[in-house]
Design a protein around this ligand. Sequence first.
Ligand code: 5GP
Length: 137
Amino acid sequence: MADTIFGKIIRGEIPCHRVYEDAQVLAFLDIFPLAPGHTLVIPKEAKATLGELSDESAAAIGRVLPRVCRGVERATGCVGYNVLQNNGSAAHQVVMHVHFHVIPKLADGRGLGIGWEAGKLDGAAGAELAKRIAEGM
Ligand code: 5GP
């Protein structure tokens, strides 16, 4: 995988405002926050998308994410928060190294805005789709 800006941050070649670090995970403030406290949680394993991640990195990220969420909540006094994880440029991913956004939603409305145009799940098509997804795992 090509090196990214997050690879450079992991190696300490460019600075960040570090929130948390262990052998497998790093969390730091986003440089262009949607709201103060917007934090990125990344595996040190260099993979572009979540589906490529090893079970070990996934478990390490899963352990750290709730802790970071608690820290963001306490530090910002937010009224809610979103955890966002983009995969692929079509899905708004810009930095091709897996990362989770923890984005506080503030009482004044700052935070993530979401467009959510929901469809309706068809029973028969849903059964077939669930089967195909399960087979693809
Ligand atoms: P994506 O759209 O790929 O999910 O989000 C990438 C995020 O990385 C963006 O929110 C962007 O502000 C953040 N970002 C990009 N470059 C840097 C950087 O050099 N330092 C930090 N701290 N954040 C960055």
